[in-house]
Design a protein around this ligand. Structure first.
Ligand SMILES: Cc1ncc(COP(=O)(O)O)c(C=O)c1O
Length: 485
């Protein structure tokens, strides 16, 4: 792995070639020049343990030799062909994906991103049910396109002009934040009453819902693991109201939660399964997998869907390679075992730090919730993530709860986990210091510093932050109160 300082280092690169990238998001200071296994290497020669697997996609880690070989072979054969033809690779990858999907989920369409796949599913649901309304969990995330943002809370800002127009009939469910229930109920005695209440709040407009979509682990929304009863009850409710039940396994698919697909842990079978991120180990590919029943209804409806990179041979080869490698390297069992080890380590860390409110996980999807008020400067998950960077650890955080997320490649080692927990320990100790200057933790690169200033002065951004931290359970409690009064 190349760990030499490159061309004067990150700061030099930001100054000299860093001004032509459109500024639409803040960036960390490191400029990445190499990666291997679970580590990124920056232009300053620093190794950074990536506990987010890129954007949660890289389940095989960086530079997995068999994955590279398979893709290189495919690149040298066919990357892309006309939509009017289908390639051998696409048929074979669809067969292979159907093989690992349980039950009657056996009809596959390959696309490029999660947003694109969910957008396609929205069209499918409308055609099949004749209804245009949707129902999603109020802290879910399903994409950034104009339609999928309405299924998501994190990318749904109704007051922002660039997010208009909003889709008609996009309804939300109360998220199962059972450890801080807005109804002040206790699971399992509550029997997931939040779902009945959600439908009561929607009232007669429930009739317009043609599709229910969920993540089995609500990741960006707070690393929430819905109880089995919640998901099974929601599944039954969706059948009662005549809606398709869709599961979005962008992050959880292909073994991360200890089964090929996490919905198998819930003992239900969706009408439609959507995979993306992990499906291509970082190569952009998604897939919509529908049941026989959906296929029959769809094929007789005359539904068509065409886009430039639909069913591309290279994308299909990436999915095929991921499935083969996960199987050959026994990565599903490894995700289970390493996940247990990681959770144990986090529980031990919790014993040492009272500021850790909760740790939770399934396989290699784990979260650590902080009591941000216990830190002298009332800092939370965001600042902890910034501190971890200083110790060579990259972690992300959730947007609705003060939760640090750990979603590493399935190839992560026990040593990597130990390293991560040690870096967390040091970072938490730093956060406890009265003297820590939190402003210094923010990235200092010239593009970023200016951008953060603009965001901070921006009223919409302040509204977003306010909304994020005001959203349920407080928000729901208020909505319920308003309804009762
Ligand atoms: C559960 C889930 N669905 C959909 C998406 C959107 O996928 P993409 O960013 O590939 O469009 C994401 C991305 O974070 C996701 O986490």
């Amino acid at each position: 792995m190349n760990s030499n300082k490159k061309d004067g280092g990150s700061a030099f690169l930001w100054d000299n070639i860093g001004s032509n990238l459109l500024r639409i998001q803040p960036f960390l200071d490191s400029i990445i020049v190499d990666a291997e296994g679970c580590y990124l290497v920056d232009a300053d020669g620093r190794r950074i343990l990536d506990m987010a697997a890129g954007q949660f996609c890289g389940i095989l880690g960086y530079k997995h030799s068999s994955f590279i070989e398979r893709l290189q072979k495919q690149v040298s054969m066919i990357i892309h062909i006309p939509n009017q033809y289908v390639s051998y690779e696409v048929l074979d990858a669809a067969r292979r994906l159907a093989e690992i999907c349980p039950g009657s989920l056996n009809q596959v369409l390959f696309l490029s991103t999660g947003s694109e796949a969910n957008e396609c599913v929205l069209r499918i649901a409308k055609v099949i049910t004749g209804k245009i309304g949707t129902l999603a969990i109020n802290r879910g995330y399903h994409g950034i396109s104009l339609a999928t943002r309405n299924l998501s809370s994190i990318s749904d800002y109704p007051w922002k002009i660039d997010y208009q127009p909003s889709a008609h009939g996009a309804h939300k469910l109360i998220a199962p934040t059972c450890n801080s229930c807005p109804l002040k109920m206790t699971f399992p005695d509550c029997k997931a009453e939040c779902l009945d209440l959600s439908l009561n709040l929607i009232g007669s407009r429930t009739a317009e819902i043609g599709m229910v979509i969920i993540e089995t682990v609500i990741s960006a929304g707070g690393m929430i693991f819905p109880p089995k009863l919640y998901i099974q009850k929601l599944y039954n409710l969706s059948k009662e109201i005549g809606a398709l039940f869709v599961i979005d396994e962008a992050q959880t698919g292909f073994g991360r939660c200890g089964k090929w697909f996490d919905f198998e842990n819930y003992e239900i079978e969706p009408d439609i399964l959507v995979v993306s991120k992990t499906a291509g180990n970082g190569y952009p590919v998604s897939a919509v997998v529908v049941s026989d029943e959906v296929r029959n209804l769809l094929e007789t409806s005359g539904f068509t869907h065409l886009s430039s990179h639909q069913n591309d041979p290279l994308a299909a080869a990436a999915v095929h390679a991921v499935i083969d490698i996960v199987e050959q390297d026994d990565l599903i069992n490894q995700a289970r075992k390493k996940g247990e080890y990681f959770l144990e380590k986090l529980l031990k860390l919790q014993e040492q730090h009272a500021c850790i409110k909760d740790v939770r996980g399934r396989g290699l999807m784990l979260g650590m919730e902080l009591d941000w008020q216990s830190f002298p400067q009332k800092t939370g998950a965001f600042y902890l993530a910034m501190l971890c960077q200083k110790y060579g650890l990259h972690v992300t955080f959730s947007y609705y709860e003060q939760v640090v997320r750990f979603i590493p490649p399935l190839t992560v080692t026990m040593e990597d986990i130990d390293f991560a927990v040690e870096a967390l320990h040091k970072s938490i100790n730093d956060m406890k210091k009265e003297t820590i200057d939190i402003k210094n933790l923010l990235p200092q690169n010239p593009r970023n510093a200016e951008f953060i200033k603009i965001l901070n002065g921006n009223r919409s951004f302040k509204k977003i932050i306010k909304k994020i931290y005001n959203t349920s359970p407080k928000y729901w409690a208020q909505r319920i109160r308003e309804l009762v009064e």
